[in-house]
Design a protein around this ligand. Structure first.
Ligand SMILES: [Mg+2]
Length: 359
């Protein structure tokens, strides 16, 4: 089987409410790999809030695509190495990592379709069902918006909910989390997300003020670049730290592991160089006794989570309009059954590209 063509497109995907209170839209960079066998692979990465999508597409088209044309798409490991080691002056972090991800996801989709197997089964299947946490609670939401959103996720049976703590006043953040805790009751456990907005001392101070709330984790306490800072926060607070959505390679995650900078690692399949590298990160985490909780895009993260016995929850964030994908996984009793279709199981609707193509 040979790759005959690769097409890519940037989609402007409007955010559903209540996420629209914070972001008007996201950009999806989608790649379609065609073969002489008639099979097509679909991969994508999500540029959250839109940042960098155009550059991701240009790098994919001009530098990565030529490396794959004419190759057998089932040799994913070989092709991943070829992409990862090209352009020595551009590391596979940031935008280049997004571009490799979209193509790696499309290659695996093809490999799964060629084998007639869903990916999590090809990778060994630890489970066919993964528990999820509801996620949102952005800064621009009122407390009532947050509570309504948390209840929406609870209506799917989710036993966990994550909210942002972005107010510059740490006491205001405590008030918001306390209000949500009170409204939801003790059956739903909470996580909070700093999204890199604090420095080490402010982050430790903020976490200490939240200690009484039995939080599952405290996320991205400092800049993702600052491994030492993250490790210092992790050492200094009793709440387990989670991080990783802005780390890109197994080498970066190794740094997090060895520094004991987090208890939960959160690779984003669309950033961390695709399924291939995310699986390696998952196994690396296992060797350090750490959990993996993939960042957003739960519809495809499920395949990785189902293949790792140290996976803990996927992030259920309703980011996609109902008419973007042919079929979205449904959450029941707080869990998603992993799509059982060959490949990763996701496909765009026939009209999605026309309707959402970015101007
Ligand atoms: Mg986060």
């Amino acid at each position: 089987m040979k790759i005959t063509s690769i097409d890519s497109v940037v989609l402007r995907v409007p955010c559903p409410r209540p996420m629209a209170l914070e972001f008007a839209d996201h950009r999806m960079v989608a790649a379609f790999i065609s073969t002489d066998a008639g099979l097509e692979g679909f991969g994508y990465t999500l540029a959250f809030g839109g940042g960098g999508a155009e550059a991701i597409q240009v790098y994919l088209e001009t530098r990565l695509k030529p490396l794959l044309l004419g190759e057998d798409p089932r040799l994913v490991e070989r092709l991943w190495e070829k992409m990862f080691r090209a352009d020595r002056g551009i590391r596979r972090v940031g935008l280049a990592g997004y571009a490799v991800s979209a193509l790696d996801i499309a290659l695996w989709d093809l490999a799964g379709k060629a084998a007639g197997q869903p990916l999590y089964r090809m990778w060994g299947a630890a489970t066919d069902r993964v528990e999820a946490y509801g996620s949102g609670g952005w800064a621009r939401y009122s407390v009532d918006d947050i509570i309504a959103e948390a209840r929406h996720y609870a209506s799917f049976g989710c036993r966990y909910y994550k909210m942002k703590i972005h107010d510059p006043n740490p006491r205001e953040n405590v008030k918001r989390v306390e209000a949500v805790r009170k409204a939801l009751g003790d059956d739903i456990r909470l996580m909070v997300d700093v999204n890199q907005k604090l420095d080490v001392l402010s982050s430790i101070r903020q976490a200490r003020m939240l200690e009484h709330l039995d939080l599952v984790w405290y996320e991205e306490p400092v800049l993702a670049d600052d491994y030492a800072g993250c490790a210092e926060v992790a050492r200094s607070i009793p709440i387990p730290v989670a991080t990783g959505e802005n780390h890109y390679t197994r080498f970066e995650f190794r740094e997090l592991c060895e520094r004991r900078a987090a208890r939960y690692l959160m690779p984003d399949i669309g950033r961390a160089n695709g399924f291939s590298e995310t699986l390696r990160i998952g196994h690396l985490a296992a060797a350090h006794g750490l959990f993996v909780s993939p960042h957003v895009v739960h519809e495809i993260s499920l395949q990785v989570a189902g293949a790792l016995s140290n996976a803990f929850l996927v992030e259920f964030m309703s980011w996609a309009p109902a008419d973007l994908f042919v079929e979205q996984p449904r959450c029941e009793n707080g869990s998603f059954r992993i799509p059982d279709r060959p490949g990763h199981g996701m496909a765009l609707t026939p009209d999605a590209v026309k309707k959402y193509r970015a101007p």
